[in-house]
Ligand binder design. Sequence first.
Ligand SMILES: NC(=O)c1ccc[n+]([C@@H]2O[C@H](COP(=O)([O-])OP(=O)(O)OC[C@H]3O[C@@H](n4cnc5c(N)ncnc54)[C@H](OP(=O)(O)O)[C@@H]3O)[C@@H](O)[C@H]2O)c1
Length: 261
Amino acid sequence: MRRLFPVTDVTDVTDDTAAREWSLAELAAAYAYPEPGPDGREPWLRANMVSTLDGAAQHDGRSQPISCPADMRIFGTLRALADVVVVGAQTVRQEGYRPSRARAEFAAAREAAGQGPAPAIAVVTASLDLDFSLPLFTSPLVPTLLLTGAGAAPDRVAAAERAGARVVTAGEGEAVDPARAVRALADLGHTRLLTEGGPRLLGQLVAAGVLDELCLTVSPMLTAGDAQRIAGGPSVTLPRRFALKSMLEEDGFLFTRYQRS
Ligand SMILES: NC(=O)c1ccc[n+]([C@@H]2O[C@H](COP(=O)([O-])OP(=O)(O)OC[C@H]3O[C@@H](n4cnc5c(N)ncnc54)[C@H](OP(=O)(O)O)[C@@H]3O)[C@@H](O)[C@H]2O)c1
């Protein structure tokens, strides 16, 4: 049994990597998606979230005040490893989501992995109440996807498509069914999935049992108040157990990586 530190393979290092900042390539290697099996690549859904010590997933309606530069470095690395970034519409509205960008540092690795220059953003929405004149829809490198239900308002679907978005149906009524969303993305060739929340979306992914991995940044801050936790909605019947795969630290922030056990 492991006791206290060191806790993981990645942090249990004796060479010089313990004493210096990791390069983006080293970070990318540490966070690599699982290798494909004999039948090819299965979808793998990873979430990346940040929480304060007292469980707040936002401050003043945003996650930036509880984040830090190292968190943003990992955030960018996880995006660079992903085929698609799945995000709830409220996070898009509140955080002013922009298209993901192509980054020179990751260009060769993405090409070698058979990926385009940047991950697509897939917005989960029932209402399609989004501003389709924003760059997220008008000028992404790869078309932004909208995951919605079959009951979505036809005029909003038409407006989204006129703006250049690709509308993907993944539910019978207005709501998206999480398992169907994962399958629909895999059918489009997106198997390296990353979700950036928010809490209402993540709660449903947890409840549906489709989350494979959680990259959780523990921010050394206390905020009190009534902020959301990283996952909301109805609780699951039995807590789902995850196993700690790695943990990094910088400036008091912990960068944990848990996988479904
Ligand atoms: N700490 C972190 O790491 C982190 C990460 C992300 C966000 N946040 C924070 O979380 C807050 C926003 O999160 P949130 O939980 O309120 O919202 P959210 O999960 O980002 O988005 C909720 C919206 O997503 C759509 N949606 C969710 N589930 C759906 C389903 N099954 N079918 C169809 N549409 C669905 C709906 O959009 P429509 O209303 O369009 O139908 C719903 O209103 C912000 O304050 C943000 O800063 C924190």
